[in-house]
Write a protein that binds this ligand. Sequence first.
Ligand code: ZN
Ligand code: ZN
Length: 243
Amino acid sequence: MLKTFRVDLHIHTCLSPCADIDMTPKRIVQRARQEGLDIIAVSDHNSVENFPALAELAEGLTVLPAMEVTTSEEVHLLAVMPDYEAALTLQGRIYSYLPIEKNSRLHFEQLVVNAEGQLVHFNERSLIEPVDMTVEETVQFIHSLSGLAIASHIDRELYGIINALGKVPEDVDFDALEISFRTSPEEARKRFENYRHLPWLWSSDAHHIDQIGRAFSSFLIERPSFDEIKMAIKGLGGRKVLP
Ligand SMILES: [Zn+2]
Ligand SMILES: [Zn+2]
């Protein structure tokens, strides 16, 4: 039987240099439960290293591995992956473009933590930097690993695809478009009329704990899993993203 589930596929942790240091696995899971979310994705910039800690705490909450990739055009793409192994393969490719920078101060703000929130190590790569992959190459690579490729916050100037490229290119095979909490569904219908052929997702893009819950999407699916999310995005088996 199909039911409605609340989904937020875009939450940063203390591994993202721009996110609060108290975006620890425990606090994120607690807050997501309080906000009535059923499925969340951990989507740090160019890295998936804090996924295991969140997955360990999940209990009842479904946590998916994801990553927000900065492409060579400085566009943010959300890669939601079917499992940790696929996410690690994507991370391996991404990391090949992001060398370790031992003397950078940035890594003090990039914390890989365990489920208790204790520091495991600092990530010594500049995770905020663009990688040497275009939007098209990134989408293709995500698809080769059976992941979902979603253009992040298309309504935003900063790192949004429309501002960077002038439009969402027709020849790039996106699975969905994400719209930020800043733009209401009514406003989105006016602004993004040309892109009605793709599902629209709202997510929190939370960098601070109280931002979790400020936006989410409702999915009509059978159970909270990656496969069901994918079916809804593809419009298969009666599954769908609710407007
Ligand atoms: Zn972004
Ligand atoms: Zn983000």
